[in-house]
Each structure stands twice: as structure tokens, then as C-alpha cells.
Ligand binder design. Structure first.
Ligand code: SF4
Length: 168
């Protein structure tokens, strides 16, 4: 098992790291606004790309949903699915497109069950990926709110759990 897999199989630790980074960036917002988002992005985009690629096999979609997907990057699914597995998952839980690889969504679900804070978010419905944000820093789009900018038809749908957790 590689280092990335070992890290990802400990999603509680990654969840803590995510929460800490998220809060730190939010706390820096006034300073970042003074500096200018574009200048901040030029500075952090390389750091984000390098660190998240190493840990999550990140594809820099610009709208990070790791905390809703068991700290498993949905963009590493060959079909880039954002809302669960396709109909082609094999009986052994492996990918239809790359048979030697475990389905990203099987892993996402298993890992979400090990999380402490965001685990239930695996039930949230994710809007379609906005390809215009590809390559941008998700830390910056989180600050500007661009990552929440969904098509009009999706307003009110995003982040509504599919299953009522009270009835689980
Ligand atoms: S969801 Fe997007 S930003 Fe987050 S790890 Fe995956 S590709 Fe990177």
C-alpha cells in the first residue's frame, strides 16, 4: 500500500487537516482581500496543486468537495462522477474503466463512514462541475464564493441530503 493510500485510509486525520486549513484560510480573508485575490492565488495555487496532488491525486477542479466525499477526490474517477458510482462497478468493487483500480466511490463511501465531522455529507447531492474553474485554486474560489456558484436550476438542491439522516 502506497503512502497516499495509507493517508487516505485515515480520513479522520485528513478531515482534521482539511478543517484546520479551511479555518485558517477563512481567518486570513481580511488580509487576503487587502492583498488581492489574484495576487494571493498566484502565490497559493502551486502550493495547493503540489500538496493536494500528493495526498489526494487532486485534478484542480477548482471546487473542492473532498469533505463530502470521504476525503477521496471524485475527479480521480475516470468518469469524473460527482454523485456516486456509475452502474458499471464490478462485483469486487472495482472500476468498470480501469479494472485493477478500486472504484473511487466505493472508497469514498467506506472512508466517509470513518470520518468524525463531515461523514454524512456523502449523502449530499453535488451540482455539475463548473469546468470554467478548472486549474483555479479551490481555496480562492471558496473565499470568493465561486465554488458555490451553481446553475439556476440547482439553487435549493445543493447540499440537501438525499436521505434524511434522522431516519437512517
Ligand atoms: S475535488 Fe477538485 S479540488 Fe478537491 S481534490 Fe478533487 S480535483 Fe482537487
Amino acid at each position: 500500500m502506497g503512502v497516499r493510500e495509507r493517508l487516505q485510509n485515515n480520513p479522520k486525520r485528513l478531515e482534521w487537516l482539511y478543517k484546520t486549513t479551511h479555518n485558517m484560510i477563512l481567518g486570513m480573508k481580511p488580509m487576503i482581500s487587502r492583498l488581492g485575490m489574484e495576487r494571493f492565488e498566484r502565490f497559493v495555487v502551486g502550493v495547493e496543486r503540489w500538496s493536494k496532488e500528493k495526498i489526494f491525486d487532486c485534478r484542480m477542479c477548482g471546487q473542492c468537495v473532498l469533505h463530502s466525499t470521504g476525503m477521496t477526490c471524485p475527479m480521480s474517477c475516470p468518469k469524473n462522477l460527482r454523485n456516486g458510482a456509475c452502474g458499471g462497478v464490478r462485483e469486487n468493487g472495482h472500476c468498470e474503466v480501469i479494472p485493477e483500480m478500486k472504484c473511487v466511490w466505493v472508497e469514498a463511501f467506506e472512508r466517509s463512514q470513518m470520518m468524525g465531522v463531515y461523514g454524512d455529507e456523502i449523502l449530499h447531492v453535488q451540482p455539475p462541475v463548473n469546468r470554467q474553474l478548472e486549474g483555479k485554486s479551490a481555496w480562492v474560489t471558496m473565499l470568493t464564493g465561486e465554488d458555490k456558484d451553481v446553475p439556476a436550476a440547482w439553487v435549493g438542491i445543493n447540499n440537501i441530503p438525499v436521505i434524511d439522516s434522522a431516519n437512517k
